[in-house]
Design a protein around this ligand. Sequence first.
Ligand code: GLY
Length: 302
Amino acid sequence: MISLIVHGGAWDIPDAEIDAHRKGCLHTLKTGWNTLRSGGTAIDAVEQAIRTMENDPTFDAGYGSHLNLIGRVELDASIMSGKTLRCGAVAAVQRIRNPISLARKILAESEHILFVGDGAERFAKEHGCELCKPEELITKREFDRWESLKLRKNFKTKEAFSKPKRPSDTVGAVALDKDGNVCAGTSTGGTMNKYPGRIGDSPLIGCGTYADNETGGVSTTGWGEAMIKVVMAKTVIDLMEINGGHPQEAAMKGIEILHRKVDGFGGVIVMNKHGKCGVSYNTPRMARAYINAKMAEPFVAI
Ligand code: GLY
């Protein structure tokens, strides 16, 4: 059963941004679904879905991402093939419009897995990925948010992100194709006002992203420091392996572990090797959508 699930981030998405998140998730789902339905691979579907969200300023990924402490966008992304367990990831890149496509190039063409900063941009140039100017990734909405935080001299990242109050965060997708191959990917601008060079869970295989054809795939969203501590994506995969392949049960247990052990907030999308999906989050909202070969219409919710 071909299947696709996407998320456009957890947290307390403002009322005024709900419609854009809903439309963005649906548009993304359609893009990836067209690929899967016409016989394309799970890797193609995940890359295309995430590119769509990176290009949509609604989401904290690519264009429209949150700014860091010094007013720059620094992007992280990863992608993993459940067939080969090959993966690619980039972190803290400032001149890449679509970090997920660079992560995919690394998966396909490099013996390495994770590139950061200048080295990642050098690899991008050598492999024909377009570079942009750093300022081309900044939207007025995010600049204004950053200005208002900058003026709050006592802003503390830990305090802000250990409560479920934040506008949005991170995008991701998991797909199963006609050949039974699973792929998962995640892309983010990270946390608002983050320290320059800070890297969250999204580009770390096992924390933000995991895929294994023997079990399924996971992509996470939420407070990266907490996600890293519980190795969230792989933890949920392991839970699904021992629970007989139930994605919803694994998703809920994963979020329970996140909250109980490290006081973390966030969400996960999960797919088992048969294309069945689960979602869990402990923030006020989470944008997500899914469809499979048995559904007449996509499901979307915030
Ligand atoms: N979950 C994204 C981040 O914390 O960077």
